[in-house]
Write a protein that binds this ligand. Sequence first.
Ligand code: AMP
Ligand code: MG
Length: 558
Amino acid sequence: MPPSVPSDHHAASAVATPDVAPGLRFDNAFLRELPGDPETAPRPRRVDAAWARAAPTPVPAPRLLAHSCEVASELGFTAGQVEAPGFAAVFAGNARLPGMDPYATNYGGHQFGHWAGQLGDGRAITLGEAIVADGERRELQLKGAGLTAFSRTADGRAVLRSSLREFLCSEAMHHLGIPTTRALSLVATGEDVVRDLLYDGHPAPEPGAIVCRVAPSFIRFGHFELPYARGDVDLLRQLAEFCIWRDFPHLLGARAGTPLATLRAQGAFDEALHAAWFAEVCERTARMVAGWMRVGFVHGVLNTDNMSILGLTIDYGPYGWIDDYDPDWTPNTTDAQGRRYRFGWQPKVAHWNLMRLAQALSPLFTDPALLQAGLDRYAAAYAAADRAAIAGKLGLAACGDEDAALMRDLHVLLQAAEVDMTLFFCGLADVEPVPGAPFDALPEALQAAFYDPAKAQAHAPAFAAWLQRWSTRTGEDVRPAEARRARMGRANPRYVLRNYLAQQAIERATAGDEAGIGELLEVLRRPYDDQPGREAFAQRRPAWAKDRAGCSMLSCSS
Ligand code: AMP
Ligand code: MG
């Protein structure tokens, strides 16, 4: 039975669609436990509450372009249900499953270092919190589903190119083992959206699309910053307690699962609990950023409203992947001047963002040393995760001070000689270390990583010297070569979502051929495996893509 499409966008009634309803159960705790705005229209406004009602605006022709089979199956959808028209209708916002109760949440944020006031879910609408088989919570959120109270002057929509990039990259990030929000579906809307792609005064229509993203929680640092900035300590406290209760239940120990009101009455939310929570946020953030640095991911817009309280990579916009190693690179043209969010600055930017969070939480603490202790945990957790990444990338049993220096020296060389980060580390796993013996030429396995033959030649002696140090160092680990190679293979992905690969999939999909999305997703599901026949996805960035919009330069236009 086809789902019925509500005729007027705020009357989106709950529509049970037998072909897509897999008995998914919803428990909309954010709505239930936190204060909402009394007004229900999507009129842009100041909201002094945690959320505002927001019904998705139906679209003319929903069509499923791609989905994640793992996420679908975790939510209990069978392959048949995913292919049914009702699935595309629900995840375009045209129909609702029983228990879905859509809303948009309220947050603020520091954008490029400056307080920006209320931002909120301007085009993200949460459909509900699904409870999956293992009892865990999965919030389902449509991005690009239409106007909300937080849309300000924008349209609440998203274009295909940015939705496709979010869909693919969040799945890729998960398969790389780095914490991230996930993506259930990518649905074309059949409706054009007008965007000024290069911000140069040439707005043009582009196909629209909606991603359904999925995470245990979409709470951001900015959710706490906004009530802090407004002096609303009551809302701040409610949000913090709710977040601990729903998203960090392990911190409650034996009391996990107790109703929130009971916990409050018992005085469970003391300063020590808040401190343990903040410290965990710091640690999770550290591990996430260390993951990005290991694989060469540049988020592009690390504003505090784009920082997840669970330490998940969130809000994929003008992100990019490092081709030739360059810590100063950012794909975000909006940030071209100061390059605040350049690759190499991400660890310190995340720390700065955590300081903003600490400030926002300060009214909940009488002892500021507890917040400082959390921030110190960030530094320690980052250092530990970074060391583990270095050991993995270089194939060492553990990383000591000298090994960290070995990696620093390599980074200098990779940048100077314009070397592809991904290809270099994959190639290094195939280099046979000969402790003590000099390397007289660049090993064959590394040659494909160099973009410029002249630079390769000029830096060959420096690489030979570095390889000799590395070779001697690996010889100190008494382990079979196979174990070293396996360790390197788990730390160094072969397949990452190079910017030009995403752009090629976008161009094909825009021309009506969505097969490229599925092909890329298949490759990115096993990023560390050798995938014979898919060598084309693990090559240097082609010369044409070096300075091309969409490949190396992206605006925030999405
Ligand atoms: P972003 O740069 O995507 O992280 O978004 C920053 C803020 O702008 C958030 O509050 C978004 O919800 C809002 N926003 C971005 N694009 C749109 C849009 N097309 N319509 C409404 N709000 C938007
Ligand atoms: Mg954002």
